[in-house]
Ligand binder design. Sequence first.
Ligand SMILES: Cc1ncc(COP(=O)(O)O)c(C=O)c1O
Length: 454
Amino acid sequence: MNNPASGNAALAARDLRHVWHPCTQMHDHESVPMVPIVRGEGAWLIDADGRRYLDGISSWWTNLFGHANPRIAAALAEQARTLEHVIFAGFTHEPAIELAEALVRITPPGLDRVFYADNGSAAIEVALKMSFHYWLNQGHGEKTRFIALTGSYHGETLGALSVSDVALYRKTYAPLLLTPFLAPSPDAYEGEPGESPEQTAKRRLGELRTLLERHAHETCAVIVEPLVQCAGGMRMYHPSYLSGLRALCNEFAVHFIADEIAVGFGRTGTLFACEQASATPDFMCLSKGLTGGFLPLSAVLTSERIYQAFYAEYSAGKAFLHSHSYTGNPLACRVALETLAIFRDEPVLQRNRQLAAHLARRLEPLRAHPHVADVRQTGMIAAIELVADKASRRPYPAEERRGLRVYLHGLQHGVLLRPLGNVVYFMPPYVVDASEIDLLVDTAIAGIERAVAS
Ligand SMILES: Cc1ncc(COP(=O)(O)O)c(C=O)c1O
């Protein structure tokens, strides 16, 4: 029997007395349950009353190899007994060195330098500052602007939010932010009727070219989420946009920042999304899956050429100035190494291909649903676009919160789904099996029926 003092209700009540949760109107919890999780096991989360939830979204896209993965947990415990943390200026340690070596080995060729930070947004801040500072060190202090894509999301610290274009997160804080130039997203869903995703990408590259012709002289970098704009609604685009972007950035002397924070580490079918376009960005931001979902850590990879623009006598004042207390934390680096070791030892991408194919087969019938305008998938990310009217693709008004109904249905049926507005999506840990994918899809379909019912 559950002890009521440590059960869901008691923990939720204590939580709501003091804790302020992210991305949440706390008032919602007057009707939406707060779920206290006490344990994780593979793709499952277990609450304080013993109820189980299949984690269909990898706990905000972080988890790759299961909750409380024993192999990663053991590496973490061993590291904790050896060295938990040390200042990372003037001091170093083997986990950080080994991880930098490994990241340089597995990322696209030409990324040879690794700067650590401790979460995704911080990595974006680093990349933006590094790009600006590179141009400054090269005598181009007039380059102070950035180009971002419509519908992009790069985090919620002020710099990262500045280059994001999701109104929900940006609008309120807009007076505090830098203003980027927005290039239209190559999002295939927004393509012209009859246009292929590749044609949409080509047309959007043409528009980016126009923007660069006008603004490259004052622009440091173009920042994109390669292949999938995740928080913006799992909007997907053709890889040729990335190769075209690489060529345009070379032509116009601006940097290409690839934010692989959500899509890196196998999510899109390749280890990194940029591989599908054989494109090496000037900066690649990594986080989330980097530690298999265990600990916050991020890394910004860049080229030797960019590194050398900062390398000078101290008196030249060219050093990159950015630090976080927990930069290069040894526990997180060790956990990241163990995560990479799993990729090395197990046929992860091959297995993911089979799982992704199964997911695709299961989602196929939804295309005919009267309130589904699009079913799209890139590797281990799949999304269903709900609409009020299929013919015109008119979306449900945001205030109807249809996605919340799917979320609540999922909770009642032991599945964690967390739609983004009208987009129901799946981004499960790689350890799910076919029957768990079936459960995700069946629960989502039933949830969608409830969400569109009235
Ligand atoms: C593409 C992308 N960039 C950056 C971030 C920000 O990462 P964090 O939440 O660790 O700050 C996210 C988070 O969802 C993301 O999806």
